[in-house]
Design a protein around this ligand. Structure first.
Ligand code: SAH
Length: 254
């Protein structure tokens, strides 16, 4: 068996089915096999598919496994949370292909499909904090040296970029976010808005906090938190219905 298999790399969005695209739902429905980190697969309703759940860290092995299945004729959805191209499986699948010097997976069709990323969900919940130039950074130092994280954060602050910080904290990485906020604090004033969005879009679990660089409590962040650090022009609107945050599209001097 070979030739008809495919790998489609998809993302389920950051929360429930309301943020899963129709295209992704269609692909999940047509797949014979699902490959991904267990908790992401749990979010996908599937009874007819074979599930290949794995540990969150084995990304390259998981990608190779998906490609092997497809080479044998399976229709494989590789499932990430959020968008599959943002700190997720799409790059791992392409990395596996890149290393395939023997052409084992030459005949396998590989496609990537967009999803709603956590930063979009978190930003929308709070207004428009990413309304002007911004960047996205992962604070995880599993795949890069910590010095690189600090350098990028400092330069982003100096460039007045709003920052969407993924993977801000976990049990094994408790101090990193505090250090990052301190680095940004050396560049921006203490009143600069900071937002914590935990489990955005996940009903009762959702926690949204609007604070400032000077007052942010980094221990509030966990693995389900997306932190957005504004720039000095980022604005906070206190309204009766709740607090909204936005970064104006105009920059001083325009
Ligand atoms: N591919 C995913 C990101 C994977 S990295 C995406 O595009 O969203 C995992 C990190 O994403 C988490 O540590 C957290 O920072 C963020 N995240 C995922 N879902 C989230 C949610 N519902 N609310 C807040 N942050 C979330």
């Amino acid at each position: 068996m070979s030739g008809d298999g495919w790998v489609a790399v998809v993302g389920t969005g950051p929360a429930g089915p309301q943020w899963l695209t129709p295209e992704t739902a269609d692909i999940l429905g047509r797949a014979t096999d699902l490959v991904g980190y267990g908790p992401y697969l749990d979010r996908v309703v599937a009874d007819h598919q074979r599930r290949h759940a794995s540990d969150n860290r084995q990304e390259l092995d998981r990608a190779g496994h998906a490609l092997d299945l497809a080479a044998e004729g399976a229709r494989v959805a590789v499932v990430s949370g959020g968008d599959p191209g943002v700190f997720a499986m799409a790059a791992a699948v392409l990395e596996a292909l890149d290393r395939d010097t023997e052409g084992r997976w030459r005949d396998v069709s590989v496609t990537v499909h967009p999803g709603v990323s956590a930063m979009q969900a978190a930003a929308a919940r709070l207004g428009a904090p990413l309304g002007a130039d911004f960047c996205a950074l992962s604070l995880s130092d599993n795949l890069k040296p910590w010095a690189v994280v600090e350098r990028r954060v400092r330069l982003a602050a100096e460039a007045d970029l709003v920052m969407a910080l993924y993977n801000p904290a976990s049990r094994s990485r408790p101090w990193q976010l505090g250090r990052v906020l301190a680095v940004i604090g050396e560049v921006h004033p203490p009143a600069t808005p900071v937002v914590f969005a935990t489990a955005a879009g996940r009903g009762e679990q959702e926690r949204l906090t609007v604070t400032t660089l000077g007052e942010a409590d980094s221990s509030q962040a966990d693995m389900r938190t997306l932190v957005i650090v504004g720039m000095p022009g980022t604005r906070v609107l206190e309204r009766e219905q709740g607090t909204l945050v936005y970064t104006p599209r105009y920059y001083e001097g325009a």
